[in-house]
Each structure stands twice: as structure tokens, then as C-alpha cells.
Design a protein. Structure first.
Length: 456
């Protein structure tokens, strides 16, 4: 009988890894990195609870590190199979995985240089060679193209609307003359948002593995354009800088697009938009080629979009005092160039820090959401005097209402729904909502849990 084991993204929002087993056949859906709290990050160092050497396939829903980031470690531990994703995901994953490897190498070198480790020497979780191996194992499939992985397991991608190239996975498992259909939502996108398409309707499925990141928090109902217009106008009146800690892939491009639409329509004055992130610069190029909305290519190529790739170009922004916009990674303030900018700008009340994505527990971003008075950066407690705006409507994740809208498009009721990729309160709230509104059987997955799927 087919089974799914939830090896990550259960009880938390990161580390997505779902192992599908059908007798001697195995497929891993996503291979993500745990992020946030130290106790979660330490799980990345634990051995995989399956044998990477004999694993034949990984199906990747999208490129974000919490879904793809352990592929280099998998390769390091002997995985020689195939990673399958959409063409844009392959391009974005190359950026993200090489960057993740570089950060691992930098962190290990820093710990060794400063003597801040009990390990002699400290080693990276994986290195650039491991990332290169993983990238070489990637092959692509377009949305809607059916792929038979074996005589029993097949799948196809549908657009999840979360990120360029993001996909939900429709999988069939044939056993003993019956077929079980499982749908993995991946990260489910939103409706009617700039740059990203609406998620495709769900295909028929016996079971749905569904994310629950925003399971207990509806997004702001106000227009994304209206929200950003207000924040930018208030900040420019003070002569300040709108600082956007942003995921380099997807969110940086979406924010740039929204701002330039507002400027072109005359709702905002034309301001410089500085994108300070080598990865965001490269990702912007990929978006320019694959943008779902034709006009987005022009918005991302506008003359006021200033790209900063080198360290020297980033340091030069210390002379930028506003007004204008500064976009830099990382989105949860866990590292990267944004920390250097925040050390300079957080103590100044003229500026505004705009959070445009989910902030996981234990991150500096969550600290800003919770209105902490200081944020610790590079060993210093930096006072938070700048205004902080949490524009949740920019999240790429469906909220409870959007999730229910998507679920109600099911051609028939599923036999069961397994909720993943959410903190406990969020998953529990969404489970209650689904049961109340539909009566469908819903189960919140636990880390390490294996569930059996009854075929028809």
C-alpha cells in the first residue's frame, strides 16, 4: 500500500520533504532546508531518514530554499538520481543553490577564523561542488506534461501561482489494479496579485497534501498598490528611505513591478529603486524573460531600477540618504546585505522598514513584526526607531479564504487532506476551517509521521 512520510515542513513552515513509497518505488517531493529557530536548523545536519543512494527521483515544486535547499546535501550523501522541475524553476534553483553553498562556505570560514566553533574545523553543510552536482541532476518538464517515473508512479505539474515556475504535483500511484491520486499543493499562490498568475484549479485527487502557512491569518484586504502608495508617500514626506528586506527571487521583482506601476500612473513620484543583491539582479533577468505579464518586462527594465551586484556597489549605498527605495535580501533578515543597511538605517525615524513576506519564528524579521525595541545584528543591539510596516498582502502564500476558494474548485471531495508547511496554530486553524466549511477529513501532519493511502 502506498505511503507518504512527512520528513519536513510538518509542525513548521520550512524543510519541505515528503517521501512517497509504493512497495519498492520511492519518490521524494521537495528536499528543503529547515530555517528559523536553531533547533530546526540543526535538523539539517541529521542523516536523511531514507537512503539517498537508492533514491531515484526528487520532484521539486519550486526553487525556494525551504523546498530545494538540501539538494546539495542529498548529492553529497550519494544521491545519483534525477531532480525534476519546471524550466523556470531550474533556472532559479541554480541561483539559489549556488548562493546557499557560498553562504555555507562563508559561515564555516568565519567560525574557523574567529574560533567560534567546537568543531575543529567547522565544515559547511554542503559546498559549491555539492551544489554543482545537484544542479547537474536537474531535468525539466513543462506544466501539464505527463511523466511516468515507473510502471506504478506518474505525475504532472500544474501552475501553483506562488513564484515563477512554481508547481503543484498531481501524482498517480497504481497498485493491485487500483489507482490512487495524490495532489501536492507545493506553496499555493494567491488570486489577483501583481506579476503572478492565479493558481490552477485543483485536479481530481483522492488525497491532498496542502500547505497551511497562513492558515490562521487572512491577508490585508486593501490593494497592494494602495498599501505601498501610502507607505512610500509617508516616508518620502519625511525624506526617508523605504527599505524592503526581500526574498531575492520573486518578491524583489514583484515589489519593483508594483512600485513602477504606481510611478508610471502618477500615483507616486519617480524615485530610484535600488536592488542590492547579486541573486536578485540575476533573478530579475530571468523574470524579464519568463514574466507571465508581458508588460512586466518593461516595468523591470525601467531606467529608475538600479542594480547593485558587487560589494563595492553595495557599500556605495551608504551615501544614499533618500528619498527612494532600497530592496535587499534576505527576506527574513537572517543574513545578507540587508543587515548592513539596517545597522545604518534602523535607528533613524525618517525611514520605513517594509516587510513583504512571512517572518518565521526566531528570525529578526519576526522580531520586527513583534515590535522588539532592538534587533541584534553582527553582535550589536541596534535600536529600532524606523517605522515598521508589515504588508502581509505581499505574501506569495494563499490565506485561509483563498485556500478555501481553491479547495472548493475540487472536481470531487478528496478522501483526505494532510496539512503541512505551517506552524501548529496555523495548521490547526485551517484544519478546523476546512472541516467546518466542507466536512472533509483533514489531518495535521506530524514530523516523521507516515500515513497510508487506501487505493481505489
Amino acid at each position: 500500500m502506498a505511503e507518504i512520510t512527512f520528513n519536513g515542513a510538518a509542525g513548521t513552515v520550512t524543510g519541505s520533504r515528503h517521501l512517497v513509497t509504493s512497495r519498492d518505488e520511492r519518490v521524494l517531493v521537495d528536499c528543503g532546508m529547515f530555517q528559523g529557530l536553531k533547533e530546526l536548523r540543526q535538523k539539517n545536519w541529521e542523516p536523511f531518514p531514507f537512503d539517498p543512494v537508492t533514491l531515484p527521483f526528487v520532484i521539486l515544486t519550486h526553487a525556494h530554499i525551504d523546498h530545494s535547499g538540501m539538494l546539495p546535501r542529498l548529492a553529497r550523501d550519494g544521491f545519483k538520481g534525477t531532480v525534476i522541475c519546471t524550466p523556470p524553476t531550474a533556472e532559479l534553483a541554480r541561483l539559489l543553490l549556488m548562493d546557499a553553498a557560498h553562504l555555507q562556505e562563508e559561515d564555516a570560514a568565519f567560525l574557523n577564523r574567529k574560533g567560534l566553533t567546537k568543531h575543529k574545523p567547522a565544515l559547511p553543510l554542503f559546498d559549491s561542488g555539492d551544489a554543482t552536482k545537484a544542479i547537474e541532476q536537474i531535468t525539466t518538464r513543462s506544466y501539464g506534461a505527463w511523466t511516468d517515473l515507473s510502471g506504478r508512479i506518474g505525475f504532472r505539474f500544474h501552475n501553483a501561482g506562488h513564484l515563477l515556475g512554481s508547481a503543484m504535483v498531481e501524482m498517480t500511484i497504481k497498485e493491485n489494479g487500483s489507482t490512487t491520486r495524490v495532489l501536492f499543493s507545493g506553496d499555493l499562490g494567491r488570486y489577483d496579485v501583481p506579476l503572478n498568475p492565479d493558481p490552477d484549479p485543483p485536479p481530481e485527487a483522492d488525497y491532498i497534501v496542502l500547505e497551511s502557512t497562513y492558515g490562521n491569518r487572512p491577508h490585508e484586504a486593501a490593494s497592494l498598490y494602495d498599501q505601498f502608495e501610502r507607505v512610500v508617500k509617508e516616508t518620502t514626506t519625511r525624506g526617508g528611505i523605504v527599505v524592503v528586506p526581500s526574498f531575492a527571487v520573486g518578491r524583489a521583482q514583484q515589489v519593483t513591478y508594483v512600485l513602477n506601476v504606481l510611478m508610471e500612473k502618477g500615483r507616486l513620484p519617480t524615485l530610484p529603486i535600488h536592488i542590492d543583491s547579486p541573486m536578485a539582479v540575476d533573478a530579475t533577468g530571468i523574470y524579464r524573460e519568463h514574466a507571465m505579464e508581458t508588460e512586466a518586462r518593461g516595468e523591470l527594465r525601467a531606467g529608475n531600477v538600479l542594480l547593485h551586484r558587487t560589494v563595492e556597489e553595495s557599500k556605495a549605498l551608504n551615501a544614499f540618504h533618500g528619498p527612494g527605495v532600497l530592496i535587499s535580501s534576505s527576506g527574513m533578515l537572517t543574513g545578507g546585505r540587508i543587515l548592513h543597511h539596517l545597522k545604518r538605517l534602523l535607528p533613524d525615524p525618517r525611514h520605513t522598514i517594509v516587510l513583504v513576506g512571512y517572518q518565521a519564528a526566531g528570525t529578526r524579521g519576526r522580531g520586527l513584526v513583534e515590535r522588539e525595541k532592538t534587533i541584534r545584528i553582527h553582535g550589536e543591539d541596534v535600536p529600532v526607531r524606523a517605522r515598521v510596516e508589515d504588508l502581509r498582502g505581499f505574501s506569495g502564500h494563499a490565506d485561509p479564504n483563498e485556500t478555501m476558494r481553491w479547495l472548493k474548485g475540487c472536481p470531487k471531495p478528496p478522501r483526505g487532506i494532510f496539512l503541512t508547511h505551517g506552524e501548529p496554530e496555523a495548521a490547526a486553524a485551517l484544519a478546523q476551517r476546512i472541516t467546518k466549511d466542507t466536512g472533509w477529513t483533514t489531518h495535521v501532519a506530524k514530523l516523521g509521521e507516515t500515513v497510508r493511502l487506501d487505493g481505489r
